[in-house]
Design a binder for this molecule. Structure first.
Ligand code: ADP
Ligand code: MG
Length: 252
């Protein structure tokens, strides 16, 4: 029997002593990082701090030199990228990876786990659970009225949402997004903040972002990276008043 409210839940993602060196240059150095369920954690820091490299390490695009990345007790550093996706880790890159000639609906359908390859997605029978999931995700990403529109005709912000939706079709437990609001309008940023809050329910969300107003709205926790190391971590209010953070990042 668990004691509700007393029992501490284990972090979903546990990163310890993580280091990657590229020809002797340590892009990430002795990183310790923990992420809980229902948490939106934002990583900030100057260009070249190692933020994108951390996501590359988690999703298996880059192999660690040393250290561990445990996702629900599964060691990710030993797995291939597609296996890491199958374990429930979804990652959005900076440029949307959508099929411009296909409708919003078809892009979402294609991303449903059963329809992952092109032929499967085009020919498998539209069962009710796929249809329901598409409608649910389309609502979350503000594209219900544009399901029949070719993805190529969407605005920049809508394309970003569609790609988030495509990741949501796979119902990942951990969702990682690299600068999701870059190039978005003010109202698109506000909607994206709502979206990230909503999708963090029952999941973990790891975001890299520069826009401090946006970070303040969404972040449960903030980690500041500098030269591959953690400069500060905690609640936004504490981090933004930290003299070290102001000096290297927020001060200019
Ligand atoms: P950020 O996302 O914080 O701007 P990055 O993680 O992209 O920073 O890069 C951190 C540093 O690591 C940079 O100096 C970058 O040039 C270097 N780097 C990143 N990936 C590689 C790679 N695959 N090979 C060599 N150097 C890399
Ligand atoms: Mg980057």
């Amino acid at each position: 029997m668990s004691k509700v409210g007393v029992e501490m839940t284990k972090p979903v993602l546990v990163i310890e002593d993580l280091t990657v060196s590229f020809d002797g240059f340590k892009a990430v150095s002795d990183l310790n990082f923990y992420l809980d369920k229902n948490e939106v954690h934002v990583v900030i820091g100057p260009n070249g701090a190692g933020k994108t490299t951390v996501l590359d390490l988690i999703c298996g695009k880059t192999k660690a030199t040393s250290g561990t990345i445990k996702f629900n007790d599964i060691e990710l550093t030993k797995l291939k990228e597609f296996d890491i996706v199958r374990k429930g880790v979804g990652r959005k890159f900076q440029n949307p990876n959508i099929y411009e000639n296909l409708s919003v609906y078809d892009n979402l359908e294609m991303s449903f786990p059963r329809g992952r390859n092109v032929f499967g997605a085009l020919f498998f029978k539209r069962t009710k659970d796929v249809e329901d999931r598409i409608q649910e995700v389309a609502g979350m990403i503000f594209l219900t009225d544009l399901l029949d529109t070719p993805a190529g005709l969407l605005s920049h912000g809508q394309k970003q949402w569609l790609e988030i939706g495509m990741l949501l079709m796979q119902d990942p437990e951990l969702l990682m997004l690299d600068e999701p609001v870059a190039g978005m309008s003010v109202s698109e940023r506000e909607q994206t903040a709502q979206l990230l809050k909503k999708i963090s329910q029952g999941r973990s969300v790891l975001v890299i972002e520069h826009d401090m107003e946006f970070v303040k709205t969404i972040a449960d926790k903030v980690t500041v990276l500098h030269q591959g190391r953690i400069l500060a971590a905690g609640k936004m209010d504490d981090v933004q008043n930290d003299p070290k953070v102001i000096e290297v990042y927020l001060g200019h």
